[in-house]
Design a binder for this molecule. Sequence first.
Ligand code: MGD
Ligand code: MGD
Ligand code: SF4
Ligand code: MO
Length: 678
Amino acid sequence: MTETKRSFCRFCIALCGIDVEVEGDTVLRVRGAEDDPLSAGYTCSKGRALPEFHHHPGRLDHPLVRTEAALKQSSWDAAMSDLGTRLEEILAAAGPDGVALYLGTGSAFDASGRRIAERFIRSIGSRSKYTSGSLDTPCKPMVAEMMGGYVGLNPTIDWEATTMTVLIGSNPVVSHGHVTPFVDPVRRIRSLADKGEVWVIDPRETETARLATSHLAARPGSDFALLAHAVREILRDGADRSYLALYTEPAELAQLEAAVEPFDLEHTAASTRLDPDDINNFVAAIRRHGRIAGLTGTGSTMSAAANCTEWLLWALLIVTGSYDQPGGMWFNPGYLRQLDTREWTPGTGEAEPGPASRPELPRRLGEHPAAALADEIETNNVRALIVVGGNPLAAFPEVDRLEKALQALDVLVVIDVVETPTTRLATHVFPSTGQLERPDMPHYIDQFHPIVATRYTAAVVPPVAERRSTWWILARLAAQLGQNILPTGLTLESSDDELLAPLASRSRASSFEAIVEGGIDNIAAEPQVFGWVLPRLPDGRWRIAPQQLVAQLTKLEVAEGLVLVSQRQPHHLNSQLADRQRTQRATIEINPAEAARLDLAAMSQVTVHSAHGSVSGELELNSAIPLGSVSIPHGFTDVNVGQLMSGTRNIDPLTGMVTLTAVPVTLEPEAMSLVVDS
Ligand SMILES: Nc1nc2c(c(=O)[nH]1)N[C@H]1C(S)=C(S)[C@@H](COP(=O)(O)OP(=O)(O)OC[C@H]3O[C@@H](n4cnc5c(=O)[nH]c(N)nc54)[C@H](O)[C@@H]3O)O[C@H]1N2
Ligand SMILES: Nc1nc2c(c(=O)[nH]1)N[C@H]1C(S)=C(S)[C@@H](COP(=O)(O)OP(=O)(O)OC[C@H]3O[C@@H](n4cnc5c(=O)[nH]c(N)nc54)[C@H](O)[C@@H]3O)O[C@H]1N2
Ligand code: SF4
Ligand SMILES: [Mo]
């Protein structure tokens, strides 16, 4: 019998409401839930591919343990006993840091799995924790802490009243947003444009740029200059002086003024390669609107200028009096965490030293930057790695080197739902329940919601075969090591719901049951909350000119020549669904005029070289790519853009982030491989 069950998609932060048609444990079809208050029937092709992903031929069904060269099916008890013994040996020989954890994107959408993974690594006392956050956006928490005193301040558009929105290096029509979700993005961007203006700063002529009222195709990596100029000009004319008097220090404001002083029109036009009239129009628009909203995406946060761009955007939003004010931007305190009811001790944004092999890399948020992982393994500091919901071979820099390092580990545990290039190297593979097989409630991503609200879903289908919840797998492993890492009163026999329930205890809801029964409609959700951040600022003010960022700005340069720019594609999420090659694959995209200039127009295969490495693939001529740029999507291991990225060069000294966009490259016809008859 066919039944329809209500859930929400957990591929991306849009968390669209879905109606899932099932028959027994077979998932037949996914449709957008028409009556969902946020997504109102919207889904994208990834959400609709959930049945295909759920029944993927590579779905993991049993624990696998490597014996000799092959992974062999095992029972949970035997796999845990084998792994427990090996981890105990490593802990005894190498100490707690010898066991590392990498939490990828897949873990962010599993509230209990992520929470118990964090408890696992704490319980063994290891500092070797890594997450994908150090690859895509470490500037955001750092700038939030430096300027506002708290890492968790996540500014969001005032969807009701903002009249000017600036999107820098983000393409929500494809991505559905970086850390601010654009549910039903075309409708949302149109509605923002209907209310006033949407400015997109992106070297590519993106799907979002086409819907915007203005598009500035600034030179990749030059966003900081445009923003520095805007801050400079608004400080001369157009600043919200009463806001500045209340929430900034005059001496710090003077430091900001001095820092942006070199960015006059001429200098800014030369850096960004924008027409001076366009730059003037941008500044004039900001003056016209007074309060504005602005967001960066990975096109900015993965660039060498990430920190300064983020800082100068925050500075622009403060100078215009936009932060924590209607018509500007608000900060989602989270429905579950409700930060607006808590006090915090303001942090300063200082980092700790990195791991033993890369002490120069900063350690932030209790984790090491991903760039350090290969070194840590090569120097034998890390002997075991546990990967939860991540696929480092499709995400990290220097993938060739990383692959060798992963092969050299004593233990590589991968907890995933499907076979991946990373599971293929593992010594232990554990099959996790997938998103349709577990109840869930967004926790870690609670503050990214476009309104203050939460969602609960029951499992849509029961897990089949030997699939277990990620929380159970890690708690079981901890038990094997003699530790109980579950919250008080819970055991390995507890249900997924019992694991979720404590998340409601400090929330806006009266109880977990109220969330379960209420659904998103009748929970006391508030559209937006203003005015809770300003009274909590350190010493009552925004630190508008953090010294480390002021110093970094003086050293920034815009790369000359051909550069690689990042992009995302609509039908896969990083490496997830990237094997659906009939819908999407990685090509090397350049502008037809650039191909003609480089004498490549007739080529089918080309090779891209960076200072670190090379990648070859099919050439695709695309007029949306500007002159001077090449673009390759990430997430693929056949054409793996990670081969161009370095884990040692161009590492940001403040965050340890690898530069993943605006990377200098050269392009040439693919070298013919010699065919040798043997
Ligand atoms: N369909 C799909 N959705 C996804 C993902 C996916 O893989 N596929 N991944 C998810 C993840 S993990 C994340 S973090 C988010 C990211 O979400 P977004 O940050 O919105 O990601 P993109 O769509 O790649 O948009 C980045 C844009 O930056 C531009 N860009 C590149 N370099 C520069 C530069 O130097 N300056 C400027 N101004 N722009 C530049 C690119 O042309 C691109 O259009 O998306 C999430 N959603
Ligand atoms: N060159 C370059 N490199 C990049 C980027 C880029 O734009 N360019 N983007 C960067 C970004 S933004 C990110 S976030 C990282 C992504 O880095 P990762 O997070 O390491 O990569 P993903 O491909 O998202 O891996 C997610 C994994 O989670 C698994 N999974 C899915 N559902 C579940 C589940 O329910 N439970 C468990 N346990 N696992 C599950 C999937 O099968 C998949 O293997 O890559 C970064 N690397
Ligand atoms: S936008 Fe697509 S992938 Fe993201 S939650 Fe909605 S349906 Fe899922
Ligand atoms: Mo990401």
